[in-house]
Ligand binder design. Structure first.
Ligand SMILES: [Zn+2]
Ligand SMILES: [Zn+2]
Length: 274
């Protein structure tokens, strides 16, 4: 039996798969700089938005983890597939890890708190132990709602397939510059933007709410992550689909949820007020 205060995630041993994959993507991102073309850059921007805002922000985070709004099964699956394009693993392990983060925020058991070191919270936690592997026991305990969905189980198992297909299409129809920018550069930037939510917004920024964790609101991270950087608001109101609560707190994922709601494609939208 696990003690509830004990992290489920193993923290020892280097995860060579993560080290190899992230190294290749970082090298690819640097090589991309020598193959700059405007069309490839625009493709990267579009895919950056699709993977980080539609996929991670709206899909993995606000819909699947916190159920802050409801939508049709097909939109849910579409957003989840977009999420896999960010190379942050499948929806089930992402959701389980993130729910653990909320349960133990900045306490023993938090998979990525800067209290264990700023670089630990940013990237090292993904390179050590089994955080980026599927951890069946932990996932079934923390994401049973996702486990009951056969498509999400399948997508979690083969989470690298959509990115592989996009890569082949980019190479076939765009060329090497599209592959380097649309996949390697874009994924690397997206990973750091997401990791900044785990690292920077737990020690740098303003605190509007006195939460029991160190979460902060950070405009730079919010800009790069389409609204996820209003992280103190989020920890204070985890089920709110809206993270940027003031008019000047730009939250593009919230805007897209509003568009879905306006079109009648999203309902039961939870919104925290100021
Ligand atoms: Zn947090
Ligand atoms: Zn959250």
């Amino acid at each position: 039996m696990h003690n509830t205060a004990t992290p489920f995630i193993k923290r020892d041993g280097i995860n060579w798969v993560s080290v190899a994959v992230f190294s290749v993507f970082h090298v690819g991102a640097v090589i991309a700089l020598f193959f700059f073309t405007w069309p490839a850059f625009v493709a990267a921007l579009v895919l950056y938005w699709v993977s980080l805002s539609l996929g991670i922000g709206m899909g993995y985070h606000r819909l699947l983890t916190h159920r802050s709004f409801q939508t049709s099964r097909w939109i849910k699956y579409f957003l989840a597939v977009c999420g896999t394009l960010a190379l942050e693993g499948g929806p089930i392990s992402w959701v389980a890890t993130h729910r653990i983060h909320h349960q133990f925020s900045d306490k023993p058991g938090d998979p990525h708190t800067p209290r264990d070191g700023k670089w630990w919270a940013h990237i090292i936690w993904t390179l050590v132990g089994d955080s980026t592997h599927s951890r069946t026991a932990e996932c079934s305990r923390y994401a049973p709602d996702l486990y009951s969905d056969r498509f999400l189980v399948l997508l979690s198992k083969y989470n690298y397939v959509p990115l592989l297909i996009v890569s082949v299409l980019l190479l076939a129809f765009g060329g090497v510059d599209f592959l380097l920018w649309g996949v390697f550069f874009r994924v690397t930037m997206g990973l750091h933007a997401t990791w900044m939510v785990n690292s920077l917004t737990h020690f740098w920024g303003r605190r509007r709410f006195t939460t029991r964790d160190d979460s902060r609101n950070n405009w730079l991270v919010a800009l790069l992550s389409f609204g996820e950087g209003w992280h103190n608001n989020h920890h204070a109101h985890p089920t709110s689909a809206r993270h940027g609560l003031a008019w000047y707190e730009i939250d593009m994922s919230w805007m897209a949820i509003r568009v879905l709601q306006f079109l009648g494609l999203a309902n039961s939208v939870h919104v925290a007020g100021l």
